[in-house]
Ligand binder design. Structure first.
Ligand code: CAA
Ligand code: NAI
Length: 246
């Protein structure tokens, strides 16, 4: 088992990539906290994993709200006494062309996708520093690295993830904490469900592997970065996009 007894918080774990990661981490022996703003799906996804015999627990959180994040981390610490791994996976889109994007939608995406990652990381870091060990995994995107039509807000946020990841890798490496990011390509979750079919076909054609990513493809990258196998990997952005961008 690659993550035996590692207490892992995965934000946005009710659905999509986060849920696939929760399952994959639990299969490798982790004690997985599914943390999500969607309480109905979060509880149901957690029950599903518990029924399969995995050690999982659900805590509600809105990562954009500092008090909500602090409460969730305190709950995790009171139940498990540690946080070994944090996967900052929660994210949203509010796509529109630049000329049509409202300031509200610009800000909302930054609040969840940047400030949310700042809140969660700042909340767990003191405990990892005290332990002298920890793994933090952030989620960027092809959009943040190469830009994408209709995603001014999201691309800005996902580019910020790269800057924060490298900064934290420099600050926290000396404390025994690895900070890395995964940059997924377009992956089959509800997030891509609103993308026009014509665009999806163009995207597939642009991927050397000729398909979109599956949630498990991204979950396996998170798993590697969370495992002891990645003890000397720090400040990297692992592209998992079928070779779409190179
Ligand atoms: N590349 C180039 N041009 C594009 C384009 C693209 N990918 N998408 C749209 N355009 C062009 C259109 O052809 C159109 O051109 P004309 O004005 O010359 O006709 C113009 O941009 C406006 O497009 P729409 O008519 O679609 O404009 P709209 O206002 O109705 O919708 C939109 C705009 C909401 C951005 C819509 O095009 C859309 O949803 N696009 C997909 C956005 C996308 O890729 N989102 C990714 C979601 S998945 C995700 O975010 C995960 C991740 O990390 C990758
Ligand atoms: P998804 O929409 O299926 O899941 C996102 C989860 O985040 C949901 O469960 C949602 O409830 C939760 N969430 C949203 N706002 C939250 C908040 N304020 N607090 C807590 N939880 C919140 O999306 P998907 O595709 O699984 O995305 C996961 C991550 O991967 C996101 O960061 C996304 O930006 C990123 N990504 C996704 C790609 C894709 O093509 N699907 C490509 C590249 C990156």
């Amino acid at each position: 088992m690659r993550l035996k007894d590692k207490v892992t918080i995965i934000t946005g774990a009710a659905n999509g990539i986060g849920f696939a990661a929760a399952k994959r981490f639990a299969e490798e022996g982790a004690k997985v906290v599914l943390a999500d703003v969607d309480q109905v799906q979060g509880k149901s996804s957690t029950k599903h994993l518990q029924a399969a015999g995995y050690e999982t627990i659900f805590f509600p959180v809105d990562v954009a709200k500092r008090a909500s994040v602090d409460k969730m981390v305190q709950q995790v610490l009171s139940v498990y006494g540690a946080v070994d791994v944090l996967v900052n996976n929660a994210g949203i889109t509010k796509d529109a062309m630049l000329v049509k994007m409202t300031e509200e939608d610009f800000q909302k995406v930054l609040d969840v996708n940047i400030t949310g990652v700042f809140h969660c990381t700042q909340a767990v870091t003191p405990h990892m520093i005290a332990k002298g060990r920890g793994k933090i995994i952030n989620t960027s995107s092809v959009s943040g690295i190469y830009g994408n039509v209709g995603q001014t807000n999201y691309a800005a946020a996902k580019a910020a993830i790269v800057g924060m990841t490298k900064t934290w890798a420099k600050e926290l490496g000396r404390k025994g904490i690895n900070v890395n990011a995964v940059a997924p390509g377009f992956t089959e979750t509800s997030m891509v469900a609103g993308v026009p079919d014509k665009v999806i076909q163009q995207l597939k054609a642009a991927v050397p592997m000729q398909r979109l990513g599956k949630p498990a493809d991204i979950a396996n990258a998170y798993l590697y970065l969370a495992s002891d196998e990645a003890d000397y990997v720090n400040g990297t952005v692992l592209h998992v996009d079928g070779g779409m961008m190179m």
